[in-house]
Design a protein around this ligand. Structure first.
Ligand code: GTP
Ligand code: MG
Length: 376
């Protein structure tokens, strides 16, 4: 950390302000056993950018260039014996207009200058909500000069930085030290809970050499039990099948020597109150350290949001699956714009154990915006 601080001071000067420091590991499996890295976010105060040529309100709307005498500096108008009444009327008209424009926020689609409209269209095409598109494009409009809007690389960099910020909360599984860490996966039916447990269990046990056990509370379907047992056999980790919350408690005690215990649950339709209360009873007994809500990127945002809200009190982390199946993962950004819960993992295919990655703001931004830079 000290070494990196020195580097910051050397590169940015002693006026630099440290905004944030972070230590993380790079390389290794899912962030473990990697090299320790230090990231410092620092800033230097620059001379304020020259007033933008195109007048813009805080909300990214164009404000019509105010006619004099409103914008005329007072020193000048003093010479001309100002007509105060006229000035006030004109000011009031301008305020009314701005008010009117602000009322429309969040409803109508903005129209942007052509160079920015291309980007707004691209972001809409990725499934990003109107509100977030406004936020992203306004940021570009306010931080770059109009002549810089033609520079795709610069515009993209601004948007990506903003998206990374929205995706900034990350929380990965850390195996327990003297008692097992308990990780439960919950979510709607068919989103990939069992498959993701297979991937995580394989990664942690085979690559990371951790002691892992699997428990399934999904006894609704024989196939579900078989699915997890098959994963367990291939990976070489024990699988317990439990029917009741008490059975769950016993299974957890049986594996008190493990470092990680994954609990698979039956997919719940968030519309069914009975299913939800059963799940709650299971989780009450399991007392998981992490309760990860699995959401499929292929689910449309309105449904994702409903599911998220239904599981909200139970969830501690998010997992996004099936990122390989959609070309418009903007819905995950829409959701992250509304929650402070951290994201843990991203999955992008059916292959166990390969198709999973630890979430990072950059990887998430790439999924949301697309791997390729648009208009290139
Ligand atoms: N393309 C793609 N398919 C996936 C991904 N993850 C899981 N699947 C597939 O989605 C289907 C359902 O996966 P499961 O793991 O059984 O889902 P689940 O949430 O356990 O389902 P229930 O137990 O029925 O609620 C399977 O065909 C998986 O192979 C992914 O990241 N990408
Ligand atoms: Mg399942």
């Amino acid at each position: 950390m000290a070494e990196t601080m020195g580097k910051v001071k050397r590169e940015l000067g002693s006026e630099a302000v440290i905004l944030q420091t972070r230590e993380f590991r790079e390389g290794g499996f899912l962030g473990f056993f990697g090299k320790l890295r230090v990231e410092i976010t620092a800033a230097i105060e620059e001379k304020p950018v020259a007033v933008q040529k195109t007048p813009v309100s805080n909300y990214g709307y164009y404000v019509e260039e105010a006619k004099s005498p409103v914008v005329r500096p007072f020193s000048e108008s003093n010479e001309e014996t100002p007509n105060l009444q006229e000035e006030l009327t004109s000011m009031r008209r301008m305020l009314e207009k701005m008010n009117h424009q602000m009322e429309g926020l969040g409803e109508e689609k903005s129209s942007w200058p052509p160079m920015l409209q291309r980007w707004a269209d691209h972001l809409h095409g990725r499934g990003i909500s109107e509100n977030l598109v406004k936020r992203l494009i306004s940021h570009v409009q306010q931080t770059l000069l109009p002549e810089e809007w033609v520079d795709d690389a610069q515009v993209y960099a601004r948007i990506e930085a903003n998206v990374r910020q929205i995706c900034g909360q990350i929380g990965l599984i850390q195996p327990g030290i003297d008692k097992p860490r308990i990780v439960a996966l919950i979510g709607a039916t068919g989103v990939g809970k069992t498959t993701t447990i297979g991937k995580l269990a394989a990664g942690f046990s085979i690559v990371d050499k951790r002691k892992v056990a699997l428990i399934t509370a999904d006894t609704y379907r024989v196939a579900a039990v078989e699915q997890l047992k098959t994963f367990g056999e291939i990976i070489g980790v024990p699988v317990e099948v439990v029917m009741t919350p008490t059975g769950l408690r016993e299974a957890l005690e049986l594996h008190a020597d493990k470092e990680l215990i994954f609990i698979d649950t039956a997919g719940r339709s968030p519309q069914h109150d009975i299913h939800m209360s059963e799940l709650r009873a299971f989780l009450d007994k399991a007392k998981p350290d992490f309760t990860m809500l699995v959401l499929s990127a292929t689910t449309q945002f309105a449904d994702q949001l409903r599911i998220y809200q239904r599981f909200e009190g139970l969830t501690t982390h998010l997992i996004f699956t099936k990122l390989d199946e959609t070309g418009s993962a903007g819905s995950i950004l829409n959701l992250l714009g509304q929650t402070t819960l951290p994201t843990a993992y991203l999955t992008n295919g059916q292959n166990v154990p390969d198709d999973i990655e630890a979430a990072t703001p950059l990887r998430m931004a790439r999924h949301v915006l697309g791997e390729e830079m648009p208009h290139a």
